[in-house]
Design a protein around this ligand. Structure first.
Ligand SMILES: O=C(O)[C@H]1NCC[C@@H]1O
Length: 344
């Protein structure tokens, strides 16, 4: 029997909820108005200017929470893409999201966004704002499983950049791009440990770095100005030399939002940085562990390439996503909190 809902305003928004390594992904299934724009990047600008109220409805409380993450499937202008996607979080719209690609790969096969699934892997081409990302979804006897993806060219933007933080003094960071720009610092610089320190302390340190880099370093991306911003800071355990042991990191992105997963775009950027520094070779697989939950992704650089003048690498990241449920959200006219709020 279908669950009935009382009278409400506007269209119902239906979503499929998943998580990848503990990081939520709310995939908007229906109810969104048409997203205008002739490219995925222009659609990203359109939702920011015209539909941002819906991001707040779906990401913020009472339907979501401070650290909720979302994906809106859109049409892509690229003939080779199976789908386009816009990512959303507590502050706006990101350009790349690896944990979401891992979940969307499964979703695309299970929800028949690709025509003929193949065993043992089905390829799903996902057009993210940063470019085309190729996901390969394990598929056997009608069931989807783990996902690996090849991201857009990843490159080291700058190493050993010193920025001044009001509370912590001068801090030296590396900046690397994996579909989004991140600053990387060893958590020991702040007397912290990414797996055992209080989340709040890690967030404070990472946020101070993000703010300092944003105000003191001008970023540049060869293909679009829309990509040239710092998405967050990743604190690490400093174990960047190749080892078969996992290395842990904690990503704080957008408005002090904490990634529960090892961060797919962060792993991409970190592998590019390790390769740039000569700490890993092509095809050497490393395991990356979330400081928040202990969940793991693997990552390896598979080939050299270029991004404009930057020496770049193609990075493969692997992980696994799970379904948690489906919801139909409504807005009642008398509800003063219906538009969404956040507790900081
Ligand atoms: O896995 C990732 O790449 C993402 N997770 C949340 C922050 C990043 O977008």
């Amino acid at each position: 029997m279908e669950m009935q809902l009382p009278p409400h305003e506007g269209d119902e928004l239906s979503v499929v909820d998943m998580h990848t390594g503990g990081e939520p992904l709310r995939i908007i299934h229906s109810g969104y108005p048409e997203v205008k724009g002739d490219s995925v990047l222009s659609k990203r600008r359109y939702v920011r200017e015209h539909l941002d109220h819906l991001r707040r409805v779906l990401m913020f409380e009472p339907r979501g929470h401070y650290d909720m993450y979302g994906a809106l499937v859109v049409d892509s202008e690229l003939p080779e893409a199976d789908l386009g996607v816009l990512f959303m979080h507590n502050e706006g719209y990101s350009t790349m999201c690896g944990h979401a690609v891992i979940a969307l790969g499964r979703f695309a096969v299970d929800y028949k966004l690709v025509k003929e699934p193949q065993s043992p892997e089905t390829q799903v081409n996902i057009h993210c704002p940063c470019g085309l990302v190729k996901a390969f979804v394990e598929y056997s006897e009608g069931k989807t499983g783990g996902v690996r993806f090849l991201s857009v060219p990843a490159f080291t933007f700058a190493t050993d950049v010193t920025v001044s933080l009001e509370r912590f003094g001068d801090v030296t960071v590396d900046i690397s791009y994996g579909g989004a720009f991140y600053a990387f610092v060893d958590a020991k610089r702040f007397g912290l440990d990414v797996t055992t320190s209080r989340t709040r302390d890690l967030v404070d340190a990472a946020t101070a770095v993000t703010n300092a880099v944003k105000s003191q370093v001008k970023l540049y991306h060869p293909t679009s100005d829309d990509l040239a911003f710092l998405y967050g800071t990743i604190l690490t355990d400093g174990k960047d030399d190749y080892s078969s042991d996992p290395t842990a990191n904690m990503c704080v992105f957008a408005e002090a939002q904490v990634d529960r997963s090892p961060t797919g775009s962060g792993v991409t950027a970190r592998v590019a940085l390790q390769y740039h520094r000569g700490l890993i070779q092509l095809n050497q697989t490393r395991t990356f562990q979330s400081g928040a939950t202990g969940s793991q992704f693997t990552g390896r650089a598979i080939e050299e390439t270029k991004c404009g003048d930057f020496k770049a690498v193609v990075v493969e990241v692997s992980g696994r996503a799970f379904y948690t449920g489906v919801s139909r959200f409504v807005q009642e006219p008398e509800d003063k909190l219906t538009h969404g709020f956040l507790l900081k």
